[in-house]
Design a binder for this molecule. Structure first.
Ligand code: 5AD
Ligand code: SF4
Length: 482
């Protein structure tokens, strides 16, 4: 099947990775990926259903694909991902769509495309699986920067947060075998990648049980350790953590391995325990703050970022104020902030009226965003004068004399390029900042604490030696107190 495939991706990092899996499956069947839509025989759009506006954006794109179909006869349009899973053949009624394939059915892509090409018609493949992890598929990292890559370590979600559509579109949680995860990370090292992010909806509930010996298992902190040991020169990140499941063991593992980046994305969603209960998050405000305390104790230089929903069902002004006060108490380094968007068939849509007026939702979201801007600025200001190891990702959008990269805490950083290239690890001293960006200059690698201690000892020894030499020169025994 020698077809040109164009893929557009919306939504989370998991979708970016899934598009790479889909590309790999199609390349294996003889297709090639093109970045030019006007050359494509097949247009794929990998979609997100998490909020209504994400779906609307895709529906808008489908209109653009209609034009491509008009221009060239035989062009096939397929919808992948969460919208395909949620809407199934309903989407096929849209004249622009030839097939829908859900997140667990990408292996059927070549068969579906070749059937439609040969015989015409429309198809939908949306069976959810309890075992599919695509562990044998080596993702084709089409739109990657060659420096930083993602590895899916699990799929699906069992949490049933009442507002969330993900458990319905991505199915039951299942963990991928650790051998294939480590092998994929090692392969990335060989290909020159310098950073890998381990992906899951809730990485803290990663649990692989050996099917041949069920007493043999690997949990998330063990997996982190396996990857950190196998790839000591690779930066390791992970997301997303869940406050109800994050254990101290993960924090200790992070503290033990310098190549595991000190950054935790820990979505809080709300600062009100009453809202958290309605959201079915299974932790209280106090539980969340306890987790933050543990992070601060075990990993003092760790950054913490979060997700927040404004205007969930029955949220009062008092609940909203609790969110603002929790944000201040934690001092998040950055956050993704959303208005609640009711999703069909979720627990919340069946049980609770979406009763916060749109105006109030927007007003609360704006207050949350304004506060987070202040907190992000404060957090960045604390970096001024400090030196961070930065992984260079590429030139800055504003000037090719400047490079960009990220600190271990995942803070975006801009600095004069000098002779650096993507993939280099440099040390950057921070000079100024905005709420979104650190700006600095490349400096020499700062000394470690041990090196500093060695310097002090050396200086002391040197001083003693000088005194002895002087006293010998004066031909007298050094006094005891010298
Ligand atoms: N409305 C608004 N935001 C949502 N999220 C998930 N579902 C919804 C929804 N129905 C947000 C949560 C989650 C992030 C990925 O998207 O904050 O952590
Ligand atoms: Fe959705 Fe909750 Fe699962 Fe995250 S943990 S994907 S918010 S159900």
């Amino acid at each position: 099947m020698n077809l040109k495939i164009y893929i557009e991706t919306y939504g989370c990092q998991m979708n970016v990775n899934d598009s790479q899996v889909a590309a790999a499956i199609l390349e294996k069947a003889g297709c090639s990926v093109t970045e030019n839509i006007s050359q494509a025989d097949v247009i794929l759009v990998n979609t997100c259903s998490v909020r209504d506006n994400a779906e609307k954006r895709v529906l808008g794109r489908l209109e653009v694909f209609r034009l491509e179909k008009k221009k060239r006869e035989g062009v096939i349009v397929g919808v992948l991902g969460c919208m395909a899973q949620r809407l199934k053949d309903e989407l096929l009624k849209n004249g622009n769509v030839d097939f829908t394939i859900g997140p667990d059915s990408y292996r059927s892509l070549p068969a579906v495309i070749s059937y439609i090409r040969d015989k015409g018609g429309k198809m939908t493949e949306t069976n959810l699986s309890s075992t599919e992890t695509y562990s044998d598929i080596d993702p084709v990292r089409v739109d990657s920067n060659g420096v930083s890559a993602f590895i899916s370590i699990m799929r699906g979600c069992n949490n049933m947060c009442s507002y969330c559509i993900v458990p319905f579109t991505r199915g039951r949680e299942r963990s991928r075998d650790p051998q294939s995860i480590v092998a994929e990370a090692e392969k990335l090292v060989k290909e020159g990648y310098k950073e890998v992010t381990l992906l899951g909806q809730n990485v803290d509930s990663y649990l692989w049980i050996n099917p041949e010996n069920t007493t043999d298992s690997v949990n998330f902190s063990q997996l982190l350790e396996l990857v950190a040991l196998a790839c000591p020169d690779m930066r390791i990140r992970f997301q997303t953590s869940h406050p109800k499941d994050m254990r101290k063991g993960v924090l200790y593992t992070m503290a033990m391995y310098p190549n595991i980046c000190p950054h935790i994305h820990l979505p809080v969603q709300s600062g009100s325990t009453r809202m958290l209960e309605k959201m079915n998050r299974k932790y209280t405000r106090e539980d969340y703050l306890e987790k933050i305390k543990a992070i601060r104790e075990i990993l003092p230089d760790c950054s913490v970022t979060t997700d927040i929903i404004a205007g969930f069902c029955s949220e009062t002004e008092e609940d909203h104020q609790q969110t603002l006060s929790l944000m201040k108490e934690v001092g998040f380094d950055s956050a993704f902030m959303f208005q609640y968007s009711e999703r069909p068939n979720t627990l919340a849509s069946r049980k609770y009226p979406d009763d916060v007026p749109d105006g109030a939702k927007t007003e609360r979201l704006n207050q949350i965003i304004a506060l987070q801007n202040e907190l992000s600025l404060l957090s960045n200001q604390k970096c001024i004068g400090q030196t961070y190891q930065v992984l260079v990702e590429g030139p800055s959008k504003r000037s090719d004399k400047q490079m960009t990269g990220r600190t271990p805490q995942n803070k975006f950083c801009v600095f004069d390029a000098k002779d650096t290239k993507p993939g280099d690890l440099v040390y950057v001293k921070i000079l100024t900042c905005s709420s979104a960006t650190l700006m600095g200059e490349i400096v020499e690698q700062p000394k470690t604490l041990i090196e500093k201690a060695e310097d002090t000892i050396e200086e002391g020894l040197h001083e003693i030696k000088e005194k002895i030499i002087k006293s010998i020169a004066r031909n007298k025994k050094p006094k005891d107190n010298e």
